[in-house]
Design a protein around this ligand. Structure first.
Ligand SMILES: Nc1ncnc2c1ncn2[C@@H]1O[C@H](COP(=O)(O)OP(=O)(O)OP(=O)(O)O)[C@@H](O)[C@H]1O
Ligand SMILES: [Mg+2]
Length: 494
């Protein structure tokens, strides 16, 4: 086949046209016909194109024999819609390139290369929508994990908040400790979303949720073929957290061999994927948490001491709810407001007795347990004010026991509500009950613990309210029969 430039241009997928300086269209390839829905015969050699505007933008006269320097060719890009192609809008991008007269350096022709970019434009539009949505979601998350959303006014929580607020902006490794459900993850997220890494991911991994073999592949990822079943490569949490924060929850559950690898990441910021040969770098901030005594684990050789020192750089302790019971009221009110909105309920509060019950309970599950209890109360509530009888039995029992023991009224003693005799009697009752519990409800042993004769003990035992003894016995894990009691008030013990 003979080489033919026109044939070549007609085969091009992009539209190509050339306009002469007298505005005549001298070339209009087949792709152009398709884009503009015009035929070459109708348009070629007709003076249609206005070059004036283009001349203003394109580089002017050339002195060096009209040869532009390489890289200056694509002189102007333009995007527009061609609405005349059927009913469909077609987005095109045209690159205009000047062709200079070799003799006088003036623009002799302008070549246009025109591309259908509808698909690309579509993707760009979608990307824009997604970015807008993402920024809305991000604002939502940021406000959700703002420090102001961590509720509490007790000195314990204020101290933790102050420490967290001060370290958030740094890259410092943070160590969060506290019982289960105290809000460790909430703190970790608040630190992340208030750091300069807020726009990068927050990735959490619960070290207790994976067996030893799996935790490493979760953390470091693996290459294809690293082990049987690894059909394709998978990034680890460290890679997913790149630029952001990696939260190692329950870090003490990590095996000693994984601890060595973690140490390397912290010291060198380097790691390899399982089955990988390339050393990768990790730009991550590390926050860890535990609800166990890590120092004890170090002493027992279950946690590497060198890693401990690397992680325990900035410890923040979150106290349990029972040690900051002052926070209970504001927490409950916050949860009621939030849940009312979510469930369309109108619960307004609790009766004074219901408040007392909640404040007496020791909350082993902390804030999570409190939140769950409130949720249950709201779901089941028939009245706008939740009463004592609606509180779950296991929470009420602790209160009942305390009320009958008078323990709740210690404040009242100092406030002058009770006589000294009454207070001493309550104090004695508490000791009697505690000795009974300690002795496995054996009266002879209990009397001995307190240094009393059996008859004096019995005399004092008779003064303990029967209701209280009953409750103590019910709740005592070692509850045993006390043997025959001759005092009518202590009959239920036998
Ligand atoms: N001070 C607080 N104010 C409001 N909500 C809180 C507070 N503390 C905890 N919560 C809520 O209590 C629940 C438990 O918190 P989180 O999961 O952070 O606890 P955790 O210490 O990580 O528990 P675990 O040790 O069991 O993993 C979450 O729903 C959290 O939002
Ligand atoms: Mg947690």
């Amino acid at each position: 086949m003979k080489y033919n430039l026109e044939y070549v241009l007609d085969s091009a997928l992009d539209g190509i046209f050339i306009v002469a300086s007298d505005h005549r269209l001298v070339l209009f390839n087949r792709a152009c016909e398709e884009l503009y829905q015009l035929s070459q015969e109708d348009i070629v050699n007709k003076a249609l194109w206005k070059l004036q505007d283009l001349k203003k933008i394109l580089p002017g006269k050339r002195s060096d024999n009209g040869k532009p320097a390489y890289g200056e060719l694509a002189s102007k890009k333009e995007r527009m819609i061609l609405s005349h192609k059927g009913n469909k809008e077609v987005w095109v991008e045209t690159i205009y390139t000047p062709i200079y007269d070799q003799n006088n350096g003036e623009i002799a022709y302008v070549m246009g290369v025109i591309k259908d970019i509808s698909e690309q434009k579509n993707l760009e539009d979608q990307k824009q929508v997604l970015l807008t949505q993402l920024s809305v979601l991000r604002k939502d998350i940021e406000s959700k994990y703002d420090f102001s959303k961590i509720v509490g006014q007790s000195s314990g929580i204020l101290n933790a908040l102050e420490l967290a607020g001060e370290v958030a902006k740094q890259n410092t490794t943070v160590f969060l400790s506290g019982e289960s459900g105290t809000g460790k993850e909430l703190f970790a997220k608040a630190i992340h979303y208030n750091s300069h890494r807020a726009f990068k991911p927050f990735i959490a991994i619960n070290c207790s949720a994976f067996p030893d073999t799996l935790i490493e592949s979760e953390l470091f990822g693996y290459e294809k073929g690293a082990f049987t079943g690894a059909e394709k490569a998978k990034p680890g949490k460290i890679q997913l957290a790149e630029g952001g924060t990696l939260f190692l929850d329950e870090v003490t559950e990590m095996s000693l061999s994984t601890q060595v690898k973690l140490l390397r990441i912290i010291q060198e910021r380097e790691f390899e994927m399982l089955g990988g040969i390339k050393t990768l770098r990790a730009d991550i901030r590390i926050i860890t948490s535990t609800n166990v005594d890590i120092e004890k684990m170090v002493r027992e050789g279950k946690f590497r001491e060198d890693l401990y020192y690397r992680l325990y750089v900035y410890p923040i302790f979150i106290p349990p709810l029972r040690d900051r019971i002052d926070d209970l009221e504001v927490l409950v009110n916050t949860f009621i407001n939030k849940l009312n909105q979510e469930m369309g309920k109108q619960v307004q509060g609790l009766t004074p007795e219901a408040w007392k019950i909640l404040k007496t309970f020791k909350w082993p599950g902390n804030i999570r347990e409190l939140q769950n209890v409130i949720e249950r109360l709201i779901i089941l509530s028939k009245n706008p004010i939740i009463g004592a009888n609606e509180i779950p039995g296991y929470i009420k029992r602790e209160y009942d026991e305390n009320v009958s023991s008078g323990r709740l009224d210690v404040g009242g003693v100092l406030a002058g509500k009770f006589s000294l005799d009454k207070s001493v009697e309550q104090f004695e009752n508490n000791l009697i009950v505690d000795a009974l519990k300690k002795s496995g409800f054996n009266k002879t042993k209990a009397a001995r613990i307190l240094g009393l004769t059996r008859s004096t003990f019995r005399y004092k035992l008779a003064k303990v309210p029967p209701q209280r003894l009953k409750l103590v016995k019910e709740r005592s894990i070692n509850g045993e029969a006390l043997g025959v009691s001759h005092h009518p008030k202590a009959d239920h013990l036998s």
